[in-house]
Design a protein around this ligand. Sequence first.
Ligand code: CDP
Length: 218
Amino acid sequence: MKIAIDGPAGAGKSTLARELAKIMGFIYIDTGAMYRAITWKVIRENIDIDNETAVRDLAEKTRIHFEINSQTQKIICDHEDITSVIRSPQVGDLVSRVALFPLVREILVKQQQEMARNNSVVMDGRDIGEIVLPDADFKFFLTAEIEERARRRTEEFNQAGYSVTADSIRDDLNRRDKSDYQRPVGALKVLEDSIIIDTTDLTVAEVLKRMLAIIRGE
Ligand code: CDP
């Protein structure tokens, strides 16, 4: 079975995808982490972020995989554990510029499809229902109002030890949403077969319950 979850930042995708995968016994694939991994490497190797060919070359020689055990999931990039560093505000600021490049998307989409080939998966991102897993059994579109998404993201950053303000996070999310919705290739969009859930006033448990009821046909 393939379950696709798309939506803007802070809508609850990764939390829900992780919980859902645990309950269903499926593999969780966080595609945003892969775009973040390339972005992190662009910063570290001082690559010109506006040079598509250079970023494509970097993506091509980068090996990304997910290391899964019963409790945690790590993202490994060329043998290095980058699970925490890719969540920095700096990577968040720049990631949508890397995700804009069709040549980079092509490489990552292929890898994501390969990861899903012989597995039941829950995959979250922006283009999963349309491009990565067009035959997914369920295509969820999670969304929430901008103020609530900014509140959640600010709390996450503060808990992780970054001092950020809600205003700067709201600006970042707005900028990223705009780029994610408007890019020519792999844009975030509601599809004809999307199942839309607005999580603004729902707890994680409530969203999970709704998703499970839909999957189980209740
Ligand atoms: O967790 P959050 O929603 O902030 O971001 P993420 O899921 O880690 O994705 C970070 C960025 O990667 C997004 O803003 C998109 O620009 C890009 N992305 C994408 O283009 N396509 C995907 N399938 C997943 C992420």
